[in-house]
Design a binder for this molecule. Sequence first.
Ligand code: PEP
Length: 255
Amino acid sequence: MRKPFVAGNWKMNTDSRTGVELAEKIVSATQQIAGRTVDVALCPPFVYLQSVVGALSSSSIAVGAQDIYIETKGAFTGEISASMLKDIGCIYVLCGHSERRHVIGEPDELVGKKVTAAISGGLLPILCVGELLAEREADQTIEVVTRQIKTGLAGLGAEKLSAVTLAYEPVWAIGTGLTATPQQAQDVHSFIRELLGRMYDNRLAEQIRILYGGSAKPGNAADLMSQQDIDGLLVGGASLKADDFVAIIQAAVKE
Ligand code: PEP
């Protein structure tokens, strides 16, 4: 059985004090379940990673970064490598979040290189995929997700696939208050698992965790998690409120 996984993406929010306070509240409210019945990760802004690593040091909650660069070191002003993130205690990294694809302009190929660089540097990538509203309306969801997954995992051998978590995040549902219905999300999740089965093999595909992201909140988390192929949630806005995020973590536990 796949252990549920809930990750909070703080995006460009919090400051050094509020970030640590938020992390501490989440630790104390999830002591009984985090790392046991549900895996939890927090993804703060780069500059607060180290203090959040400290705040989580006595817990089983992991820290993730929101992005990385594809090179290991050198003249890449402003960029941060996987090995640097690993060095300060990061475990996960988001690759290809929709805001990086559609606001910053990252192409699919760069996202694929980031997935490979993350694994080479010892991090566990969370590869985010998802369609724009216009793409869903034009019936292109499967085509877009297929392209993003094939390019995102390009060159990744079967022996490395288990390092990857997938996150299906329909762009029209991110930060908008609109959530995909559990059935809409399940349909794409089950397609993704089938696609991974064709690209690799069914046994591996059954082991990979596929998270849903897009306005997940305490009120819809359990319904989303009740779906067979939804293994967890990638949470933006609601991860900034300790009570809401804790309620989502609790709702993600599948007995
Ligand atoms: C996200 O940033 O990955 C996300 C899903 O955001 P939100 O929960 O705010 O829609």
